[in-house]
Ligand binder design. Structure first.
Ligand code: BES
Ligand code: ZN
Ligand code: ZN
Length: 492
């Protein structure tokens, strides 16, 4: 899809304008393209067919005095609540609504204060993310190029200085779509070895340094927790390391992005029930977000050193699978009693975080589809955030707001740590029945401390069961945009 910002869009299949809800305090100016249609908007509003509600659409064919074939109104909701997050989604809604109607070339009018760097970047992100579909393996859908949008234009005068923002948005959303492709791959097609190859490809295409540790290297490093999870699978594990180094660093800081890369999670011997198990192909969504973020970071070149650490394994059942009750020795030296082999994510993250610390990173963020419990706590709209450093979390939250990814902090009081007690080892890999997401976070923290660290539990936000008007059903790519913005906005 061609993406451009221009004051002369040429002939459009559809010109879209944002129209707000009307209320007494705010009467936002109506876009001139709509005014030219005479009473149409008033009639529409009066009929209740279009009120300006957020993401609502109405389509007029052969609009008066416009060369575009269609005029599309898209609701902006309440004008005073409208921001870049809404703009991003509106672009996605337009792309998704219009491409299914066979529209090839659309323009969005930058009327209504949309010609700022942040808005333009967000619009580009939303439009590009809106093009993604999950039908890669459906023969029919694959062949249907008829349903592809060819051009998305932002229409506004004197806007050429915003071309960089547009380009940045495109880079970020293309990375997001790349991550979604990876996350969507089934377990038979995306094994740890295949994921490692994707990482090598990203590294060579975008000039990052890469290092892929195999099982033998991990054994030398005493990564007993990671290897314990991997031993039940015929597909060998890897620890993927990708390094981005800026030419002109803004600070001596070094950010680690750690992503859970379980290419399929059967639960192991503590096997999951069959119902819905097919979804466990997305248990590498953290890895996908981190790899995608590195791809974007390599192109955007922020002024902070960033290293990605992606432990990747398949949690399978096999003759050599680890058992409940097994005790593993982690790279840190701490011993862990594996009470439940389905709590594998924290085990592989423990060794990856220890490895990152030995590399001298100053800040760690991990993203992991770690617990079903996070969905019970927060539903599907916020990722869970946990930290040992409030200031660092403040930075990440600021980035997540810019990126339009919702996150909510959960507590890490010392009391919760007491849920993790083992008679036979330093730590069990599960706490009790309650506060499951918090005990999982505490487990990782035991390895991250004292380095400033944030854990994002994306188990209930990384996969959209129903899809959204602006985003297809399937993997969301959540956390990627926040990671990129965190690096891009790093001050010290
Ligand atoms: N990969 C799962 C968590 C998960 C659940 C991700 C649902 C996406 C959707 C994780 O490895 C897991 O199985 N966690 C267990 C932990 C339990 C054994 C303490 C869980 O949440 O049930
Ligand atoms: Zn599991
Ligand atoms: Zn898992």
């Amino acid at each position: 899809m061609k993406l451009q910002i221009t004051s002369e869009p040429g002939h459009l299949d559809a010109l879209a304008v944002i129209v707000f809800e009307q209320n007494e305090q705010h009467t936002e100016p109506v876009p001139p393209e709509v005014v030219a249609q005479g009473e149409w908007l008033g009639d529409l509003r009066a009929s209740g067919e279009f009120t300006g509600k957020l993401y609502e659409t109405a389509i007029l064919h052969r609009p008066q005095s416009l060369s575009a074939k269609r005029l599309v109104l898209i609701g902006g909701g309440k004008a005073e609540k409208f921001g870049t997050a809404e703009a991003r989604r509106i672009a996605g809604v337009l792309v998704r609504t219009l491409k299914s109607k066979g529209v090839k070339k659309i323009g969005l009018s930058l009327f209504n204060g949309m010609n700022t760097a942040a808005s333009v970047q967000a619009l580009a992100e939303g439009a590009v993310a809106g093009t993604w579909e999950a039908g890669k393996y459906k023969s029919e859908q694959k062949a249907d190029s008829n349903k592809e949008l060819e051009e998305f234009l932002l229409v506004g005068g004197g806007a050429s200085h915003l071309a960089t923002s547009l380009e940045n948005g495109r880079i970020i959303a293309e990375a997001q779509n790349f991550a979604r492709d990876l996350i969507n791959e089934p377990g038979n097609r995306l094994t740890p070895a295949v994921l490692a190859q994707h990482a090598r490809d990203v590294a060579s295409a975008y000039k990052l340094e890469s290092e892929i540790l195999d099982a033998a290297a991990m054994k030398d490093l005493n990564m007993g927790a990671l290897l314990g999870v991997a031993q039940g699978s015929a597909n060998p594990p890897f620890l993927i390391v990708l390094k981005y180094r800026p030419e002109n660093p803004v600070a001596p800081d070094h950010l680690a992005l750690v992503g859970k890369g379980v290419t399929f999670d059967t639960g192991g011997v503590s096997i999951k029930s069959a119902d819905g198990m097919e979804k466990m192909k997305y248990d590498m969504a953290g890895a996908g977000a981190v790899l995608g973020a590195m791809r974007a970071i390599a192109q955007l070149k922020p002024r902070i050193a960033v290293t990605a650490y992606i432990p990747t394994v398949e949690n399978a059942v096999g003759g050599n699978a680890q058992r409940p009750g097994d005790i593993v020795i982690t790279m840190s030296g701490k011993t862990v009693e594996v009470i439940n082999t389905d709590a594998e994510g924290r085990l592989i993250l423990a060794d990856a975080v220890t490895y990152a610390k030995r590399d001298g990173v100053t800040h760690i963020v991990d993203a992991a589809t770690l617990t079903g419990a996070i969905g019970v706590a927060l539903g599907h709209h916020n990722a869970g955030a946990f930290t040992n450093n409030e200031e660092f979390l403040g930075k990440l939250f600021a980035a997540s707001r810019v990126a339009g990814e919702k996150m909510w902090q959960l507590p890490m009081d010392e009391e919760y740590k007491d849920y993790l007690k083992s008679v036979f080892a330093d730590l069990p890999n599960v706490g009790g029945r309650y506060g499951g997401s918090i005990t999982a976070a505490w487990f990782i923290r035991e390895f991250a401390d004292p380095t400033p660290w944030i854990h994002l539990d994306i188990a209930s936000t990384a996969w959209l069961d129903d899809g959204r008007p602006w985003l297809a059903k399937g993997p969301s790519g959540v956390a990627l945009r926040t990671f990129v913005e965190l690096a891009a906005s790093w001050k010290s």
